[in-house]
Ligand binder design. Structure first.
Ligand SMILES: Cc1cc2nc3c(=O)[nH]c(=O)nc-3n(C[C@H](O)[C@H](O)[C@H](O)COP(=O)(O)OP(=O)(O)OC[C@H]3O[C@@H](n4cnc5c(N)ncnc54)[C@H](O)[C@@H]3O)c2cc1C
Length: 412
């Protein structure tokens, strides 16, 4: 009898896992569950969707599930998993049996702030959450907003709300925007662009709690000042969706622990995407690297390893990348790898800036403002980790990354 493969989650990791599986297995029965009531969507497309109306649902062909023979069940939330009986339980109390299971449940808002659960506190971490927030703006019920956090998602929301005509104050407890990814130079540039777009960013400003009686009406700062607004938004970080695994015995720390083949500690159970902890390609450090390229690559590896095929010669995962980009600032910004090394190279290139970090003559990180044409070649150098001693000067040339210059760099 054909195996039943159940995928929990219809984000990029889950979708790519199925697409890859179907390249070598058309026999297994595949059931995909999503807690949300939508067709699969890609979260990075949400901002453009709300600005331009671009069709976010058709990230894949509308008949995607039919083409891949997937029994897709939106609005089906998993509440527990029992690896011993190979079964999972859904919110309606029904049970579903699996031969192989993929956990691709992504991440949700992490906001350790009192009052965050009050009605009137919004976030942008899922389409359901984003629709509630943007619906209020489009109905004309919100002219002002306070956003707590100037990480990547907070910046995206601020720019989207400005685009929709909302007055935005953004508070960040650290001394720069996007502290996890940007070096101080690039962050200062991004901050200036945010301010030019009319976002009032306040650095070194720590929010203490959301305040209100039964309904949030403001954000109280550590100074005691209260910022009142029509929209109060938490953008303080994300954490993996693993609550439903409590009692399952599946090993988790901050996210799900996996081996090199993305297998969890339970037999026949894999995990991919924002929900897993994986080693960093550069440093080997194990943590959740919650970005799209990693979710896609992990989905691909799980899709290759799933089922009987994985038993023979499993494909190993090479490790996660650190990367992020800001597309809606007016000038694109892209950061990858580390933001320090034993040598820093920086030049003004094509009206923007290129900053490179090297360690022992190897590229360990780069930050681009403006022209992104070198990004592909720099990413390759970052992943290859070969010595660049003889090539360093060329890395800052404006046309590095194109044609002959990239070949001479990569074939040294
Ligand atoms: C606004 C925004 C912009 C972003 N922009 C970028 C970007 O520009 N570049 C980049 O690299 N990354 C970006 N990201 C991050 C990127 O979206 C994630 O890394 C990626 O979506 C992770 O994919 P995933 O499949 O692991 O999880 P998700 O996309 O989060 O999908 C998780 C799925 O699991 C389902 N689910 C969760 N719990 C359950 C349950 N108990 N039962 C059933 N189903 C469940 C959800 O409904 C959903 O279908 C952005 C994220 C956001 C929110």
């Amino acid at each position: 009898m054909a195996d039943t493969i159940v995928i929990i989650g219809a984000g990029p990791a889950g979708v790519v896992a199925v697409e890859t599986l179907r390249e070598h297995d058309r026999q297994s029965r595949v059931v995909m569950l999503s807690a949300e009531p939508f067709p699969p969507y890609s979260p990075p497309a949400m901002v453009d969707h709300f600005i331009t109306g671009s069709n976010l649902h058709f990230w894949r062909a509308p008949n995607w599930a039919e083409q891949l023979q997937v029994d897709y069940r939106p609005g089906a939330q998993v509440t527990s998993v029992n690896p011993t009986s190979h079964q999972l339980r859904l919110a309606d109390d029904s049970l579903l049996a699996y031969d192989y299971l993929v956990i691709a449940t992504g991440s949700r808002l992490y906001a350790p702030l009192p009052g965050v659960d009050l009605p009137g506190v919004y976030n942008f971490k899922s389409l359901s959450a984003a629709q509630a927030l943007i619906g209020k703006v489009k109905r004309g019920e919100a002219r002002t907003a306070v956003i707590v956090g100037a990480g990547f998602i907070g910046m995206e929301i601020a720019l989207l709300l400005r685009e929709l005509g909302v007055q935005v104050i953004q508070v960040e407890m650290l001394d720069q925007v996007m502290p996890a990814m940007l070096d101080p130079f690039t962050a200062t540039f991004a901050l200036q662009l945010m301010r030019q777009r009319g976002v009032e960013v306040r650095l070194n400003t720590k929010a203490k709690c959301f305040v209100g009686e039964g309904q949030a009406i403001g954000v109280e700062l550590e100074t005691g000042e209260i910022l009142y607004a029509d929209l109060l938004i938490a953008a303080t970080g994300v954490r993996p969706n693993i609550d439903f695994l409590e009692g399952s015995g599946i090993a988790c720390r901050w996210g799900i622990s996996v081996d090199h083949y993305l297998r969890t500690s339970a037999p026949d159970v894999y995990a991919a995407g924002d929900v897993v902890e994986t080693p960093d390609r550069l440093t080997g450090e194990v943590f959740v690297h919650a970005i799209l390229p990693n979710a896609i690559e992990q989905g691909r590896v799980v899709g290759l390893n799933l089922g009987k095929r994985g038993l023979g010669c499993p494909t190993s995962y090479e490790g996660a990348e650190r990367m992020n980009s800001l597309k809606h600032l007016g000038l694109p910004i892209l950061a990858a790898g580390l933001k320090q090394g034993d040598e820093m190279l920086r030049a003004r290139v094509n009206g923007g800036w290129r900053t490179l970090y090297l360690q022992d003559d190897r590229l360990v990180g780069f930050q681009l403002i403006g022209g992104l044409r070198a990004a592909g070649a720099l990413r390759t150098l970052l992943n290859r980790q070969e010595t660049l001693r003889r090539l360093k000067d060329r890395l800052l040339e404006p046309n590095f990354g194109q044609g002959a210059l990239v070949w001479s760099a990569l074939c040294f």
